[in-house]
Structure formats: structure tokens, C-alpha cells
Write a protein that binds this ligand. Structure first.
Ligand SMILES: NC(=O)c1ccc[n+]([C@@H]2O[C@H](COP(=O)([O-])OP(=O)(O)OC[C@H]3O[C@@H](n4cnc5c(N)ncnc54)[C@H](O)[C@@H]3O)[C@@H](O)[C@H]2O)c1
Length: 247
């Protein structure tokens, strides 16, 4: 799979899954725009790609703000000439039981995980439609498919991303643009490192593979959806979860 001459924008690529995706796409030959709100993390991702001989640039932007998401895409186009691949990866959790969930925890999770993807997708599609080629990959979650106590906000945002993926896929399929979602299970990153040991043991019992996934496991699936080889696959949700959820 090669992405040479393609430009990829990866949101939330300053660490974790987003960084692994950025490294993978750069390794396949893409020029990668590393977006994050964390300047240090984004610069480190760029440095890793550059030292391996790849092309990358950091663009700081809070993708939950419409103006910033649009600026991100426009700066990507002015730096590298196009946006061919958009990976909506930036996401947060603010867990809490429904009865105690604050308006702010609801809004922050929906704004970053779902509205941010909407803003970036709308901005990128303008360029993809013109070039009649594009790949949109949304990082959802198995939680968006099955729900989870204490994650009503996160599950709603991740389920919403699946609806967004399918609607966009139907709108732009005739322009050779695909939109697919990946639903990771439990992946070993900062997001899951803060779970308690007892909870981790409980979760492991639900994973047939018997272990958490790695950020690279997710990145490998993204690389396929980003590649020319996946041209006839759109509107799909792929679980990357060691067999945890088989729907
Ligand atoms: N780790 C898991 O087990 C898991 C499972 C399923 C889905 N996911 C999803 O994968 C994605 C990446 O998760 P991760 O585990 O790498 O998380 P992480 O917390 O390690 O990294 C998320 C990155 O997004 C950045 N970010 C946060 N808000 C942003 C904003 N407004 N604009 C730009 N960047 C922003 C953060 O600074 C951070 O660098 C998320 O969407 C997450 O919901 C993770």
C-alpha cells in the first residue's frame, strides 16, 4: 500500500493512537499534517517522522472550534497542496454516571469527539470533491456500538460518528471519496492507562485475544482505509478489538 503524493491530516496526533496513525501514513509515503492542541506532543511526532525521512508538519488547532478546524485544513492545503486523507482521531473522555453528569462534561465530549469531526470533514471535503479523490477515516469506539455505564457522553459521540461516517459515505461515494470508521476496543494508551487495575482485569476477561490492543493495531487498519486499495469499501465500521465485540 502506498500513499506517495498523498497528503494526510491526522487530528490529535501528538500522542497515542493519533501518533501511531501519523507514523504509519508517513511510512507509507504520505505527507502528514500532525494536528493537536499539545504543541510538545505534536512537535515530537513531527520529529519522529522527519528523522525517519518522512514529510510532516505540525498545525496546532482545537478542532472543536469551527474556525480552527477550517484553518487547519486550509493551512494543510497551503503547506502541502491538498488534503487527500483525513483521520478524525482527536477525542477525550469525561466519564460519570448519567445522574451526575454535568452539562460541561456532556458538551466537551460531544464537541471534541463529534462536532470536531464534522468541522474537519466539511472543510476537507471541499478539496476532496474538487480533486475527485479522498479518504475519510473516523476513529469511533466499540463503546459507540454497545454503550457503557458511565460513558453516556462518549458512547453518544462515538455512535454519532458512525452515523456521520455513513451519511458522508453516501453523499460523496460518486466522487471516489470513501468514509469509513474504526471502532477500537481497549488500546494501551494514556486514555486507558488511568483505568484501575481491577477494572483492567475485568475488561481483559471480555477480550477473546486476552490482551489490550496497541496503537499500531489501529494504525494498520487506518492505513488500509486510507489506501487506494480500499476504493470499493465505504460506510463501514471495522472493530479493532481482539474479538471483544462481534457485531
Ligand atoms: N485508547 C483506547 O482504548 C481507545 C478505544 C477506542 C477509541 N479510542 C479513540 O481513539 C482516539 C485516540 O485515543 P487515544 O487513546 O490515543 O487518546 P489520547 O488521550 O492518548 O490522545 C488524544 C490526543 O487528542 C488530542 N486532543 C484532545 N482534544 C483535542 C482538540 N480539541 N483538538 C485537537 N487535538 C485534541 C490530545 O491532546 C491528545 O494528544 C480517540 O478518539 C479515542 O476516543 C481510544
Amino acid at each position: 500500500m502506498t500513499l506517495s503524493d498523498r497528503v494526510a491530516v491526522v487530528t490529535g496526533a501528538g500522542r497515542g493512537i493519533g501518533r501511531a496513525i501519523a507514523l504509519k501514513l508517513a511510512g507509507a509515503g504520505a505527507a502528514v499534517v500532525v494536528n493537536d492542541v499539545d504543541e510538545v506532543g505534536a512537535s515530537e511526532t513531527v520529529a519522529i517522522i522527519s528523522s525517519a525521512g518522512g514529510r510532516a508538519a505540525a498545525i496546532l488547532a482545537d478542532i472543536s472550534q469551527s474556525v480552527e478546524a477550517t484553518r487547519l485544513v486550509e493551512e494543510a492545503v497551503s503547506s502541502f497542496g491538498s488534503v487527500d486523507v483525513l483521520v478524525n482521531n482527536a477525542g477525550i473522555t469525561r466519564d460519570g454516571l448519567m445522574l451526575r453528569m454535568s452539562d460541561d462534561d456532556w458538551d466537551r465530549v460531544l464537541n471534541i469527539n463529534l462536532r470536531g469531526a464534522f468541522f474537519c470533514t466539511r472543510a476537507a471535503l471541499k478539496y476532496m470533491v474538487r480533486r475527485r479523490w479522498g479518504r475519510i477515516v473516523n476513529i469511533s469506539s466499540v463503546i459507540g456500538r454497545i454503550g457503557n455505564p458511565g460513558q453516556a457522553n462518549y458512547a453518544s459521540a462515538k455512535a454519532g460518528l458512525i452515523g456521520l461516517t455513513k451519511s458522508v459515505a453516501r453523499e460523496v461515494a460518486s466522487r471516489s471519496i470513501t468514509a469509513n470508521a474504526i471502532a477500537p476496543g481497549f488500546i494501551d494508551t494514556a486514555m486507558t492507562q488511568r483505568l484501575g487495575d481491577a477494572l483492567k482485569q475485568d475488561i481483559l476477561k471480555q477480550i477473546p485475544a486476552g490482551c489490550f490492543g496497541s496503537a499500531e493495531d489501529v494504525a494498520n487498519a487506518v492505513a488500509f482505509f486510507a489506501s487506494p486499495e480500499s476504493a470499493y469499501i465505504t460506510g463501514q465500521v471495522l472493530n479493532v478489538d481482539g474479538g471483544m465485540v462481534m457485531v
